[in-house]
Ligand binder design. Structure first.
Ligand SMILES: O=P(O)(O)OC[C@H]1O[C@](O)(CO)[C@@H](O)[C@@H]1O
Ligand SMILES: [Mn+2]
Length: 454
């Protein structure tokens, strides 16, 4: 299955930069070249480091990587055809097959290009080409060009993280005495903190500082009106009905999977939520899914995940370091798991997952609840298509649903489904940037077990 260009069987076309003036167009024209320029600057700034580590070879690698990236930036800006990948990474073949299928769909090789093809495809492809440029230049092939921004955003959010840890300590300390309603209240708060944590990505701002500076719990009430769809009651009831009293821990363990988005403050909010799910007994296992290569500027890789936990342990704050120690032990004891899979850094709509990554689909089927963080995951859930606002989330998912799932997303791209009639139009007239500013959010749920919501 593939992203198509035309409306086929009621499925609207993919968003694309070919629509002049659209958000996709502005992203490909302005934001992606800016991101590439920053990548080039970062590599150049680290020239001395490469020299110290690898001598003259490091300098050559720096030069050649920059040459490849500048070439790509030029291809992008002049709307050249998308080229096949030439490296030998684990997913190269999949990418090249995807390109061939896209060429068939679009008619010929020339027509698969930066401004003419689906936006989701070309934007993912850009990050994969950055990886190619590095990979073709050992010894710097493992260098994470976005690492500096991610670590900086972690440190800039420290105050907010400490406030969150103090809150979590208060909850965990009184856990035994909490009524079900109090538990629900804390659950809703931490779900919303994790939701708004998604405001802090570095891709929408093309790498500009976007960290959380105020106490996240205190802001929740004033943010409430900006949640356009709030299905959190269904998320809660999914967790409650998943509780299975029984003999063996293996069969009764409730499992939540979190498909991560950004490092920095957002990841921290996800870890706090996961901590609460476990300490409250709402879940017994949490599986985190991250990216296997640096992705969309701020997305979490295995390295970012480990680093964040180390930093949390090392924090100069009693409750924060206590949490870090707890999280490390969750990982060691098999309560928390970290996974990555090539599919998360491919351009596919998630409705293709069952066919194109059946192993990952099967893994996700083992969860009682899937939480998809962020905007890019929402774009992939809905296929990044030009849906009407009132189309049901289940329709836009086009059969994807390995387990009950919920998207926690602040709106940063112009795709949104599941709104009330007139709601999107009203927002558009009040606030023209409502779909891309990150000011609005959704907690949107789907389960094949529940009633169809169309
Ligand atoms: O980190 P997130 O929430 O997936 O957002 C990534 C950003 O990149 C984009 O996917 C495209 O640039 C935007 O839609 C979004 O602002
Ligand atoms: Mn992201």
């Amino acid at each position: 299955m593939m992203a198509t260009d035309q409306t086929v069987h009621g499925v609207p076309p993919s968003l694309s930069a070919k629509v002049v003036g659209s958000f996709a167009y502005l992203t490909v024209r302005d934001r992606l070249p800016t991101i590439l320029t920053k990548v080039i600057d970062t590599i150049h700034r680290n020239k001395n480091k490469f020299f110290e580590e690898y001598g003259e070879e490091g300098i050559q690698a720096e030069k050649q990587t920059i040459a490849l990236l500048s070439k790509m930036r030029n291809e992008l800006q002049t709307d050249k055809p998308v080229l096949a990948l030439t490296d030998t990474l684990q997913d190269t073949e999949y990418w090249n097959q995807y390109l061939q299928k896209q060429q068939k769909l679009q008619g010929n090789e020339e027509s698969v290009s930066w401004f003419k093809s689906p936006w989701l495809y070309v934007e993912c492809y850009m990050y994969r080409r950055v990886q190619e440029a590095l990979w073709l230049n050992p010894p710097i092939s493992d260098y994470d060009v976005f690492n500096e921004g991610k670590t900086q955003s972690f440190f800039e959010s420290q105050q907010a993280m400490m406030a969150l840890c103090t809150y979590l300590e208060g909850v965990n300390k009184n856990m035994e005495d909490l009524s079900k309603n109090q538990l629900l209240e804390h659950f809703n708060k931490l779900l919303q903190v994790s939701l708004w944590g998604n405001k802090c990505d570095l891709s929408i701002s093309a790498g500009q500082d976007n960290s959380q500076k105020t106490s996240p719990i205190d802001s929740l009430n004033s943010l409430q009106p900006f949640i356009l769809v709030n299905d959190s009651n269904m998320v809660w009831s999914t967790l409650i009905s998943a509780q299975r009293p029984g003999q063996s821990e293996k069969t009764t363990a409730v499992r939540v999977d979190i498909v991560l988005d950004n490092a920095g403050f957002e990841l921290f909010t996800d870890l706090v939520l996961a901590d609460f799910l476990v300490s409250s007994g709402l879940a017994h296992e949490v599986h985190f899914h991250g990216k296997s290569i640096p992705w969309f500027v701020s997305d979490v890789t295995a390295n970012d995940f480990q680093w964040t936990i180390q930093q949390t342990m090392a924090a100069n704050h009693k409750w924060m370091s206590k949490n870090g120690v707890q999280w490390k032990s969750h990982l060691k004891e098999g309560v928390w798991f970290y996974h990555d899979h090539r599919f998360w850094t491919q351009p596919h709509e998630f409705c293709d997952m069952a066919t194109d990554a059946p192993d990952l689909y099967a893994t996700l089927q083992g969860a009682d609840l899937l939480l998809f963080k962020g905007d890019l995951n929402y774009r992939k859930l809905t296929g990044d298509r030009d849906w009407d606002y009132t189309v049901g989330f289940n329709t836009a998912l086009r059969g994807f649903g390995p387990a009950p799932l919920c998207s926690l997303r602040t709106l940063k791209a112009n795709v949104q489904v599941g709104l009330q009639p007139g709601q999107g139009e009203k927002l558009g007239s009040q606030d023209p940037d409502w779909m891309t500013s990150g000011k609005y959010a959704v907690i949107q749920f789907y389960s094949s077990k529940s009633e169809q919501k169309d």
